[in-house]
Design a protein around this ligand. Sequence first.
Ligand SMILES: [Zn+2]
Length: 56
Amino acid sequence: MNTKQQTDQLVKLVKCESCMKEVPASGAKNAETADYVAHFCGLACFDTWRKQTEKR
Ligand SMILES: [Zn+2]
């Protein structure tokens, strides 16, 4: 019996807006934009994304 897989399924995953890596929702950084909530695996990705968004 593999009980480890059951725990994995309980973890909700979100996609990092910057590097597209899947991260647990509980550990992700969130940023609210005008249209949606963006998720990030860490502050580095959040910073990268914010700079790209500000640059127009
Ligand atoms: Zn990331």
